[in-house]
Design a protein around this ligand. Structure first.
Ligand SMILES: Cc1cc2nc3c(=O)[nH]c(=O)nc-3n(C[C@H](O)[C@H](O)[C@H](O)COP(=O)(O)OP(=O)(O)OC[C@H]3O[C@@H](n4cnc5c(N)ncnc54)[C@H](O)[C@@H]3O)c2cc1C
Length: 521
């Protein structure tokens, strides 16, 4: 006999996206079921780059320090051409003053998944392992999913919402009849985790540029352990999975032109790079997140990080609507914000990828001859760091053109509605320490002239369960970041993006913003 379970949200897939969504829903006290076809978290390293924005999100879960302790900060990059080192850049503090985590952390996907899974277990939640989605249907009031476990027992899960975090082949996306348009890059990639004996030190990412390709060596934890990534030439007639490891090793040696011995290969894989996104990320009560919604080239190590941010964007919206605190249209802003972001990401990663692997002669010349020797000098400029770090680390993602961003009063500010709350410290502590509660945050920056306490008290008493208020001194370094030395208010959404910034110290505008999306009881 089929059993029936009722829950608020059913999550399909426990990769980094599904696990992140589950962790966020724990923060908001939302009930959920998460099902996963596999028997546990991935044993494979897969993604290895964890960016600043992901660590900021981990910080709210209390996981950032654990992640940093289990991983390694990406330190230097060395550029190698024809077996010779042509340049070196130090990246270990490239995002200085821009994030509490001003670097990229090297921490394998398997360890990220383990970290998130531990969080769920600590909070008495678990994944239904070896359980697969079989079918789904939805009505105006809910979603019904039929899932089957390893013992071939079916269960019916009735939920208010369903989120497909089920990877690139996404059965959820297929069930919803959504297209996944885009293209597939002609060339085959390879990846291998192995031990390397060579003369180069283990403290750097080594980038070996060849005329129409590259080989990357990422240092992993463990003596002499590396992740190696490269491409096969165009016209290779073999498919994914048909290439032997020996062919990969031969290619690594040929392209890098380095004297090296590769041994203890723990994992290798070949794959084609796709650039695709779903037509939309939601259909009524069903949503897509992570690779189920978008896939792109590995340039910039964005995939896992983007899935985690999709989950972060969706969780608070689901939570408010499920708790009856916000109206249904709030959920439409997930598609509005994250589809736009995915389209932007696909374009950026394609460009970086072209520069790295295009067979075009001019790009090949820039890659092998000009870039390695100039990179150090270019990255020494603060202005360049301030463009590159936000782009790669995902702290620069913004929702400026989206409906949750109110621009009425932001023209005079350096920080606009729709941008991530900038990072700075106040009295020796990160401002983010004040923003961990899963609520909206009203930050009233006071120059000492106007009465902020009254506004803040009014908002806090009216919206006690929704808005967390702080009155903060407007120190000169904060005034410089925001571009004003007069008092102002910032209303942050629960994901710490600016919803509204205003010089007004009255509560009227703030109320209007909150009331537009929030259901008053
Ligand atoms: C070699 C390689 C290197 C990469 N490097 C990076 C990097 O450095 N940084 C980065 O950010 N990204 C990187 N990526 C991309 C990253 O691995 C993916 O973007 C990430 O795994 C996406 O996570 P996800 O949870 O959305 O999907 P997945 O990890 O694919 O998880 C989906 C889950 O859904 C489950 N599932 C599917 N169908 C069902 C069903 N019917 N029922 C139940 N469960 C189901 C699957 O078993 C799977 O566990 C890399 C990828 C590869 C392959």
């Amino acid at each position: 006999m089929e059993t029936r379970i009722e829950t608020d949200v059913i999550i399909i897939g426990a990769g980094p996206t599904g696990l992140s969504l589950a962790c966020q829903l724990v923060r908001y006290g939302v009930d959920f079921i998460i099902v996963e076809r596999n028997e546990g978290v991935t044993p494979f390293s897969k993604a290895i780059g964890v960016h600043a924005r992901t660590l900021e999100i981990y910080e709210q879960l209390g996981l950032a320090q654990k992640a940093v302790a289990r991983g390694a900060i990406a330190g230097k990059v060395r550029f190698v051409e024809a077996g010779e080192i042509r340049g070196e850049v130090d990246l270990s503090n490239i995002g200085h003053n821009l994030s509490p985590y001003p670097y990229m952390l090297v921490l394998e996907q398997s360890k990220n998944e383990q970290l998130l899974y531990e969080y769920l277990r600590i909070h008495s939640k678990d994944v239904l392992w070896q359980t697969e989605l079989e079918s789904l249907s939805q009505s105006e009031t809910g979603v019904t999913a039929r899932v089957k476990n390893a013992a071939d027992e079916s269960q019916i899960v009735e939920a208010k919402y369903l989120v497909g975090c089920d990877g690139p082949k996404s059965p959820v996306r297929h069930s919803l009849g959504l297209g996944f348009e885009g293209s597939t890059f002609e060339r085959m990639f390879y990846v291998a985790d192995a031990q390397i004996d060579w003369d180069l030190s283990h403290d750097a990412l080594h980038v070996c540029f060849a005329r129409d390709s590259f080989v990357l060596f990422f240092p992993l934890q463990g003596e002499k352990r590396y992740r190696i990534v490269g491409v096969f030439p165009e016209g290779l007639e073999k498919g994914e999975g048909e290439i032997l490891y020996e062919e990969i090793e031969e290619r690594i040696k040929e392209e890098s032109q380095l004297a090296l011995d590769i041994s203890n290969v723990a994992w290798f894989s070949t794959y084609k790079v796709h650039t695709r996104h779903a037509d939309k990320f939601s259909v009524s009560r069903c949503f897509l997140a992570g690779d189920a919604a978008h896939i792109h080239s590995p340039a910039g190590a964005q995939g896992m990080n983007t899935g985690i941010q999709d989950a972060y964007n969706l969780a608070w919206k689901l939570a408010l609507v499920i708790r009856g605190k916000a109206r249904q249209p709030l959920l439409d802003t997930y598609n509005e914000e994250r589809l736009k972001n995915a389209k932007r990401l696909l374009t950026t990663t394609d460009r970086i990828f072209q520069l790295g692997a295009s067979p075009d002669r001019l790009l090949g010349f820039i890659r092998t001859t000009i870039f390695p020797s100039l990179a150090k000098y270019v990255l020494d400029f603060d202005a360049v760091k301030k463009i590159i770090f936000p782009l790669i680390s995902q702290i620069g993602i913004n929702y400026r053109d989206c409906s949750l961003s109110w621009h009425e009063s932001d023209e005079t500010f350096e920080v606009k509605a729709g941008e991530r709350m900038p990072y700075f410290s106040i009295d020796g502590e990160s401002v983010y320490d004040k923003l961990c509660e899963p609520k909206f945050h009203l930050l009233a920056f006071s120059d000492g002239q106007s009465d902020h306490r009254t506004t803040s008290d009014k908002i806090e008493s009216e919206y006690a369960d929704l808005v967390d208020c702080h009155v903060l001194p407007l120190y000169p370094h904060v005034a410089e970041i925001f571009g004003t030395n007069k008092s102002f208010n910032v209303l942050l959404r629960p994901d710490n993006y600016v919803g509204f910034i205003s010089p007004q110290t009255s509560s009227g505008e703030l109320r209007a913003y909150i009331n537009k999306f929030i259901e008053r009881s």
